[in-house]
Design a protein around this ligand. Structure first.
Ligand code: ADE
Length: 465
């Protein structure tokens, strides 16, 4: 359950505003918890005063440091470790602009504190001590921080698992993949003489999807040319990468799924997936590669390349070659037949089994994948006999079958299952197989996946000692 605390002088405004409709339902269902803390309750003044004149003069009053600090301190327990402190967001027009991306990042936290200012602001000394994020909802000035805090809490909450029902999913809406959402119509078929576009009545889902994409593009071009430019840049790069699909499939999927940020798309290509701190690179020459180095974000954990010269260049930068693999890509759109049907999502209960057979993966990472519903087990007579999953990068992996069950097609069923699942959710199925794993490479060919001609190297950033 995600917890929000709002430090405010107007708690009833926040509580009333956030206890209706979908967010209200999420509170009732215990998906999120919202608590408003009245800063005035922490005033040490006998009249409950919380503001005073600014030193140096100027218009209006400032909120004083003491009541704000004490209200914050009441939430953050005195003995909480510094590293586990919840992020404290001060909503202010002097902040970084809030975006859908910012909402995604904050939705990953378990607990957030919002600080709402009033009057002319808050004494800077307390802000220095408690605030981790200064955030604005746009270039205009409101009378207080309550409405911006409510806007942000709404946008963050709807990304918390369970808050939206499936039919309200965030998949097709505005800002998904840099396009605005297409226009929608409901009954009656004719209103004020205006007809619903014929294609929507056709029942042809392919045509409807095509029409909606076209409308999304037109709308974005007209209303948000800046977003449209981003969209076009991405589409152009995907097309360019498709000239060597087997080698570039992972980059195409990263861009097509909306996870990748393009950091370079000239002679050198650099795509960054910040969810997994992974850079995917490609350069026309070693010199071009060297020139790309400054663009690699410093927090990068992995670099993925399919050109050997990167190995020398990056080793000098403190990276280590962790794995040489081949990329296997499933380029058809039709799902594969599956022989064994007993394939089910695994829960945390299966973690010891997963850890035993996935020794190279971190325990926390495995738990994260299980919680994301991205690991499936195959059962023989109700007994777990193997598993498959997909990584946070989108690559299928973690394939394992118990020794006693090998040679019965379980591995094939598991991988086919993962491929079908990726297809069904609009992804491009691929996996990375260690170049010396003959059995796994054979399985790819048997299932109809294409192998890359050149290897792909995973380079891991070694933390400085
Ligand atoms: N407080 C006043 N105006 C604001 C804005 N635009 N964003 C965030 N907080 C604010």
């Amino acid at each position: 359950m995600m917890r929000f605390h709002v430090l405010t002088l107007f708690p009833e405004m926040v509580m009333q505003g956030l206890h209706t409709s979908i967010i209200g339902r999420a509170v009732e269902n215990n998906c999120i918890k919202i608590e408003a803390v009245n800063i005035r309750d922490f005033s040490t003044d006998k009249h409950g005063k919380v503001d005073d004149y600014p030193y140096g003069g100027g218009a209006g009053m400032l909120m004083q440091a003491q009541p704000v600090y004490d209200a914050w301190h009441a939430i953050v327990h005195e003995n909480a470790e510094k590293s586990k402190m919840p992020r404290t967001i001060y909503v202010t027009p002097q902040g970084t602009t809030f975006t859908q991306e910012y909402a995604f990042a904050l939705a990953k936290e378990e607990e957030l504190i919002f600080l709402c200012g009033h009057y002319e602001g808050i004494d800077a000394r307390v802000l220095d001590e408690i605030v981790t994020d200064y955030v604005s909802i746009g270039d205009y000035v409101l009378t207080g921080g309550e409405l911006p805090a409510m806007v942000m809490i709404d946008a963050i909450s709807r990304l918390v698992p369970g808050v939206l029902h499936n039919d309200e999913s965030a998949e097709t809406e505005s800002f998904h993949m840099d396009l605005l959402e297409y226009p929608q119509y409901s009954r009656p078929e004719v209103w004020h003489g205006k007809e619903v576009p014929k294609v929507l009545l056709s029942g042809d889902h392919g045509k409807i999807a095509q029409w909606r994409l076209e409308q999304s593009k037109l709308l974005t071009m007209e209303r948000r040319p800046d977003l449209y430019e981003q969209y076009r840049r991405r589409e152009k790069l995907i097309k360019r990468l498709s000239a060597n699909k087997r080698q570039n499939f992972h980059m195409m999927e990263c861009l097509a799924s909306g996870r990748g940020t393009i950091l370079a798309d000239g002679e050198g290509i650099l795509i960054y997936d910040k969810n997994v701190r992974t850079c995917m690179v490609n350069a026309e020459s070693k010199t071009v590669a060297e020139n790309l180095l400054p663009l690699i974000p410093p927090e990068t954990k992995w670099v993925l390349s399919s050109q050997e010269f990167w190995n020398d260049i990056l080793t000098e930068q403190g990276f280590k070659v962790a794995c040489e693999c081949l990329q296997a890509c499933y380029t058809q759109r039709t799902p594969l037949p599956i022989r064994q049907k007993e394939i089910r999502p695994l829960t945390a209960e299966a973690l010891p089994y997963l850890r035993e057979h996935c020794k190279d993966l971190d325990a926390d990472y495995l738990l994260g994948r299980v919680e994301a519903n991205a690991v499936y087990g195959i059962f023989v007579g109700n007994q777990l006999a193997g598993f498959v999953g997909w990584h946070a990068t989108g690559a299928i992996g973690m394939l394992y079958v118990d020794k006693s069950h090998r040679g019965q097609g379980l591995g094939s069923s598991l991988e086919a299952f993962a491929i079908n699942r990726q297809l069904a959710t609009g992804h491009m199925p691929y996996c990375h197989i260690p170049a010396d794993n003959e059995a796994a490479l054979k399985l790819q060919e048997k299932l109809g996946l294409y192998l890359s001609q050149e290897p792909l190297w995973y380079l891991e950033n070694q933390p400085q000692k």
